[in-house]
Design a protein around this ligand. Structure first.
Ligand code: SAM
Length: 329
């Protein structure tokens, strides 16, 4: 079992396979995109498999593939298939914007993917365009239908943004009446690729819950699973469920079980830190697994107590311009 210096179990790796994305969500990256990583800067699939194999041996039980958009990286299914065969890995899952995903859903099911996080900030095609700067709403709903048809759990991730999509909160809760999906409202985080930190947000988890309670006074709190980052709820009679993730307020750091690897192979102990170890460089230098494992253990022993401390350190870096797409969001 892997433990950090605060006694927290680490068993969940989120790994970003690319920084590239086919959307341009305004809260994630500028309209012109990012200064994309070159192919040689990205971890190869062999390197990704290598580090995942080692980490699973060390105690990682769940791997989430994310990005950027995982499906814009060539042959992503090959990687997913190889990962699905890793001995000791209990859960392989992914986060996607759903634009290119629909044709792969059958294959995802076959390799054992049981749950997919689908990002969708609105149920209105015009607002979708305003937020993502791309006219792709229909492709996302097609992916949602395919996932449900294949009996894969769907978690819809919705970032709540003042003045942009708060009118979607109630329709999205309403969606859980008709469909067995879990809609999770996420506080906006300061990772828009332009480098300004936020001094706060208007729509925090308390305000989101108040808005939902006004429209659905019967909504009930349900138990939060171990390591859940969401506060979970259910509206009686609805097929699906509702979650609220205090990603900016950072209320869940005390039980944080997750680490991240960025597309260029940098380990992050916390979403809010600045990267703590360049794993890709170590692998390319030919460092042997035993030494890599030792270095990883030492690094897990330097984890900050919470996302506030991690952010404080990161902000000391004056060149900080991070987008969620480069982090492994
Ligand atoms: N492309 C995939 C997708 O859209 O699901 C995976 C990567 S995307 C960066 C992962 C998640 O991060 C998405 O749900 C997105 O909405 C969220 N995200 C990006 N920037 C964010 C921000 N500034 N605050 C909160 N969530 C953000």
């Amino acid at each position: 079992m892997l433990l950090d210096n605060h006694g927290r179990k680490i068993n969940y790796l989120r790994l970003a396979v690319t920084d590239r994305c086919n959307l341009r969500c305004f809260y994630c990256m500028p309209a012109e995109g990012l200064d994309w990583l070159s192919r040689t800067e990205l971890m190869t699939y062999e390197e990704i498999l290598h580090i995942c194999t080692l980490m699973v041996k060390m105690g990682i039980e769940k791997v989430r593939i994310t990005g950027g958009e995982p499906f814009v990286r060539k042959d992503i299914m090959q990687l997913l298939k190889a990962l699905s065969k890793l001995d000791g890995l209990k859960e392989l899952t992914l986060t996607t914007n759903g634009i290119l995903t629909a044709p792969y859903v059958g294959e995802l099911k076959r390799i054992g993917v049981r749950s997919v996080n689908l990002s969708l900030d609105t149920l209105d095609a015009n607002r979708f365009f305003a937020i993502t700067r791309r006219d792709e709403f229909a492709a996302v709903t097609e992916t949602m239908e395919q996932l449900l048809k294949h009996d894969i759990d769907v978690k819809i991730n919705t970032v709540v943004m003042a003045g942009k999509n708060t009118q979607d909160i109630i329709p999205l809760v309403e969606l859980t009446r008709q469909l067995p999906v879990s809609v999770r409202f996420i506080e906006e985080m300061p990772f828009n690729g332009e480098g300004h930190s936020y001094s706060g947000i208007v729509w925090d988890y308390v305000k989101i819950l108040e808005a939902i309670k006004q429209a659905f006074p019967g909504i009930q709190k349900t138990p939060d699973p171990l390591y859940s980052t969401a506060y979970n709820y259910h509206v009686p009679g609805h097929q699906g469920s509702v979650g609220i993730i205090a990603a900016y307020s950072r209320t869940f750091c005390g039980t944080c079980n997750r680490i991240r690897i960025t597309p260029q192979g940098i380990l992050k102990n916390c979403l809010y830190d600045d990267g703590v170890l360049n794993i890709k460089d170590l692998m390319r230098l030919g460092v042997k697994d035993a030494e890599l494992e030792e270095t990883l253990r030492l690094t897990f022993n330097t984890r900050e107590k919470d996302g506030w401390q991690a952010e404080q350190k990161r902000l000391e870096n004056p060149n900080f311009h991070e987008s969620m797409a480069t982090i492994g969001g």
